[in-house]
Write a protein that binds this ligand. Structure first.
Ligand code: WQD
Length: 340
C-alpha cells in the first residue's frame, strides 16, 4: 500500500531534502511546485539521489482547482506544506505578494485537507514567531510568541493562527507546526542544496559564494551587539536534520488516534555567532574568506536558539549533524554548482 505524501514547494531547498528523507523512510513523496522559486536542476539531483525520478506536478498551490486534481488522484496519508515566499527583506518591499501567496496557498491546502479528509498535516513555520526573545535567548514552544518584525514573519505568525482556528473546526485532524531555526548546508551528495536566486540574503550561501568568487566580500552586519563576540547568534541546523524532522513529525501524527495540534522547535539547541561561522568555514575548508564589518541590518534579532526538549520527547528526534558538517556540505554544493 503506497503511503503518498503531498510535498508542496517540494522543489525548494527544504522541500527537496524532505522528498529525499520521505523516500528513504518508505513514503511516496508527491512533489508539487510551480518552480517560480526553484530551479529544475533539483529534479536531476533528486533522480541521482533517489535512483529514480520523483513524482512531480507543476502546479501553483494558489490555484485551488488545479491543486484539487492531486487530491482526486492520490489518497494522501499526509501533507507537508512548504510552498511560500521566505525572504525577510523582500517581504518588506513586496508585502501584498507575500500575504497573498503565503496565506492563500495555506488556506487552499487546509480546505482540501478537510474536503478529502487527509488526516496528517505538517506546516513549515519559523522561529521568527518568537521575535527578539525578551528574557532567555533559548526559546521553548512555551515562550510567548511576539509580533514579528516583517511581513514574512507575519505570514508565519498568521499561518499558525489560521491553523489554530481551522483545528477548532476540524479537531479530528492531526496538525503540527514545525518552527525552524536557521536551515543551512546541503545534501552530502552535493546534488541538491540551497539555490538562491540573485544575491543571497542568508549567511551561509553568501559565505560559500564569496569563497568561490561569485561575491567579492562578505559583510558581517554588525559586531557591536551584546553577545560573546559582538556578532548575532543563531541556531544553525543542517537541512538534512531538518528534513528528517519532518518525517519524524509525520510518523508521529500518523500514529496518533485522536486529533491534535502541536508546535515543535526544530533546531540544534546551540547558538553560533556570525564570526564563529566565518572562522568555522575557513577552518573546515581551508578557504580564506574576505570579509568586512559593516553596519547592523534592520530587523535582525540579536540572539536566539532553540530549546529542543519537546522534539526529543514527542518525536524522538534530535539533530545529529554539526555546523562543520553543514559547512562542508554547503561548500561541496557550491563547488558542484560551479561545474555547471
Ligand atoms: C543570519 C545572521 C545576519 C548575511 C533566516 C531566514 C528566515 C527564517 C530565520 C526560516 C544574521 C548575518 C547574513 C550576510 C551577515 N528561517 N548575515 N551577512 O536573518 O536569521 O533569518 O532564518 O523560516 O526565513 O531568513 O538568517 O542567514 O539572513 O542571517 O552578517 O551577508 O547572519 O545579520 O545575524 P536570519 P540570515
Amino acid at each position: 500500500m503506497n503511503r503518498y505524501v503531498l510535498v508542496t514547494g517540494g522543489a525548494g531547498y527544504i522541500g527537496s531534502h524532505t522528498v529525499v528523507a520521505l523516500h528513504q523512510q518508505g513514503f511516496v513523496p508527491v512533489l508539487v511546485d510551480d518552480f517560480r522559486n526553484a530551479n529544475a536542476i533539483v529534479l536531476d539531483g533528486l533522480e541521482f539521489i533517489l535512483g529514480q525520478q520523483p513524482i512531480v506536478h507543476r502546479i501553483d498551490v494558489c490555484d485551488k482547482i488545479a491543486l484539487s486534481t492531486l487530491f482526486e488522484q492520490y489518497a494522501f496519508d499526509g501533507v507537508i506544506h512548504f510552498a511560500a515566499y521566505k525572504a525577510v527583506g523582500e517581504s518588506v518591499e513586496q508585502p501584498l505578494a507575500y500575504y497573498h501567496n503565503n496565506l492563500v496557498c495555506l488556506i487552499n491546502v487546509l480546505s482540501l485537507l478537510e474536503q478529502y479528509q487527509v488526516p496528517n498535516f505538517v506546516f513549515s513555520s519559523s522561529c521568527t514567531v518568537y521575535g527578539e526573545p525578551k528574557g532567555a535567548k533559548e526559546v521553548s514552544e512555551q515562550t510567548p510568541k511576539q509580533l514579528p518584525e516583517s511581513p514574512y514573519g507575519y505570514t508565519k505568525w498568521m499561518g499558525e493562527q489560521i491553523i489554530a482556528d481551522f483545528y477548532k473546526s476540524a479537531s479530528h485532524l492531526k496538525l503540527m507546526n514545525l518552527r525552524y531555526f536557521n536551515p543551512v548546508g546541503a545534501h552530502p551528495s552535493a546534488r541538491i542544496g540551497e539555490f538562491p536566486i540573485g544575491k543571497p540574503n542568508n549567511l551561509l550561501p553568501f559565505v560559500t559564494q564569496t569563497a568561490i568568487g561569485k561575491q567579492a566580500k562578505l559583510t558581517v552586519f554588525g559586531n557591536d551587539y551584546p553577545t560573546r563576540d559582538g556578532s548575532c547568534i543563531r541556531d544553525y541546523i543542517h537541512v538534512v536534520d531538518l528534513a528528517e524532522a519532518h518525517v519524524a513529525a509525520l510518523t508521529f501524527l500518523a500514529d496518533q488516534k485522536e486529533g491534535l495540534l502541536e508546535a515543535v522547535n526544530i533546531g540544534t539547541g546551540r547558538g553560533t555567532s556570525v564570526l564563529e561561522i566565518v572562522e568555522a568555514f575557513e577552518r573546515s575548508t581551508n578557504q580564506s574568506l574576505p570579509f568586512e564589518i559593516g553596519p547592523r541590518r534592520a530587523g535582525d534579532v540579536i540572539e536566539i536558539y532553540a530549546n529542543v526538549q519537546k522534539g526529543q520527547d514527542l518525536l524522538g528526534w534530535k539533530a545529529r549533524l554539526s555546523i562543520e558538517d553543514a559547512i562542508r556540505d554547503a561548500w561541496a554544493w557550491e563547488q558542484f554548482l560551479a561545474t555547471l
